[in-house]
Design a binder for this molecule. Structure first.
Ligand code: UD1
Length: 377
């Protein structure tokens, strides 16, 4: 029997799970692969990590580096230090990283210096905005990876412009959409009862009804770390919730800041602004697919709403996922434009779009096929 392809698949933060899981499931169908799942522990809360693994029906990671939270440099350094040891012990043929979080860049750096082949899924995305840590992570990762899997044509062009050779770049589609399609039906059966941060119990179909509520997510430092920016947002959330109920699963970073800046009372002043703990994947896609619109600063949600054809208002100056703007249902707007845009959506004038090429649920299959060819060489 020929030697197995030992490959380390890395995850660290919440948005990594939905990209790795379809790959892991697909590799298990191919006996030539021996995948090892390594969790860096960047995200560690149950709702940010364990609940995701449970809902995706995959076993505990083979190795957890348990790095936890710290400043960017410390978190990155801790991951590198611990991941280097894993690479030496496991001696894999390749390391595959996904997305743009600190874990992505740190694992790539550690593996590349040991001359292990490195592969980046979701390569080539560029916002051009280096004030976002994710952009730095993307640039660092792509500068040293050996192979690139992209989700859209712009990403191929960015990589070529940066000097990468075309035969190392593979556009095989979007793994997040694989996960979305695999879980849409399953999400119908999930319990949709939540506790708000003020202790009230709310239920879908009772306190907010399908098609007549908005979903929000905000956690990017530019929006939530400064008191003035967060205050401007809180004011708008309260105003919008007077027109339509808003459900907001709150990221731990945002929750901490809302409390520290003393905005919780203002939030409680609106009876239809529902702040809840961050939720699992199945609850989130159930919330999203029945929403009238989504208001966000997330990267991945811009793609999921494009697939679901739900108007998405993204509060950012730029996006690394331009296809969601020119082809999908996403719009980049400023905080002061939120109210006008929501009103347009309420008059059924929200943006609609189309699904980009290869966002079809077959991406893992295409990627694993390519991996088996390039890693056998
Ligand atoms: C990270 C990613 C971001 C991604 C986001 C999704 C980087 C640079 N950023 O941002 O791209 O969109 O994850 O969630 O990698 N915390 C908890 N519990 C947790 C995780 C975090 O309480 O399970 C708190 C920590 O106190 C920490 C803060 O949230 O200080 C931020 O966590 P961190 O992982 O540094 O960055 P995110 O903001 O989550």
């Amino acid at each position: 029997m020929s030697k197995k392809i030992k490959i380390i698949l890395t995850v660290g933060a919440r948005p990594n799970f939905m990209k790795i899981v379809p790959l892991l499931h697909e590799m298990k169908k191919h006996p030539e692969f021996a995948p090892v799942l390594v969790h860096t522990g960047q995200h560690y809360d149950t709702n940010m990590s364990a609940l995701f693994l449970e809902q995706f029906d995959i076993p505990e990671p083979d190795i957890n580096l348990e790095v936890g939270s710290a400043s960017h440099a410390v978190q990155t350094a801790r991951i590198m230090e611990r991941f280097e040891k894993v690479c030496i012990e496991e001696n894999p043929q390749a390391v595959l990283v996904v997305g743009d979080v600190n874990s992505t860049a740190a694992c790539t750096l550690a593996a590349a210096k040991l001359n292990i082949k490195t592969i980046h899924y979701e390569a080539g995305l560029r916002s051009g905005d280096k004030s976002m840590p994710e952009e730095i992570n993307r640039l660092v990762t792509d500068a040293i990876c050996d192979f690139f899997f992209t989700t859209l044509q712009d990403a191929n062009e960015n990589l070529i412009k940066e000097g990468h050779s075309e035969n190392k770049i593979f556009m095989c589609g979007n793994l997040m959409i694989d996960s979305l399609l695999q879980n849409l039906k399953k999400s119908n059966d999930i319990d949709m009862q939540f506790k708000t941060l003020s202790g009230r119990t709310i239920r879908l179909k009772e306190d907010f009804v399908p098609g007549e509520y908005g979903v929000m997510t905000f956690h990017h430092p530019v929006n939530v770390d400064k008191k003035e920016s967060l205050e401007e947002l809180v004011d708008i959330w309260v105003k919008v919730s007077k027109k339509i109920p808003l459900v907001f699963p709150v990221h731990p970073r945002t929750r901490k800041n809302l409390r520290a800046f003393g905005f919780e009372d203002h939030i409680r002043s609106s009876a239809r602004l529902f702040l809840i703990d961050s939720v699992g994947y199945l609850q989130f896609i159930n919330l999203m697919k029945q929403a009238k619109f989504v208001l966000t600063d997330s990267g991945g949600i811009q793609e999921e709403t494009t697939y679901l054809n739900i108007p998405c208002l993204t509060i950012r100056p730029c996006t690394e996922r331009p296809v969601t703007i020119w082809q999908g249902s996403n719009k980049l707007i400023k905080v002061h434009e939120i109210m006008t845009e929501v009103q347009l959506i309420l008059m059924s004038k929200g943006k609609t779009g189309e699904v980009p090429r290869f966002w079809d649920g077959q991406s893992a299959e295409r990627i694993v096929k390519v991996l088996s060819e390039i890693l056998k060489r």
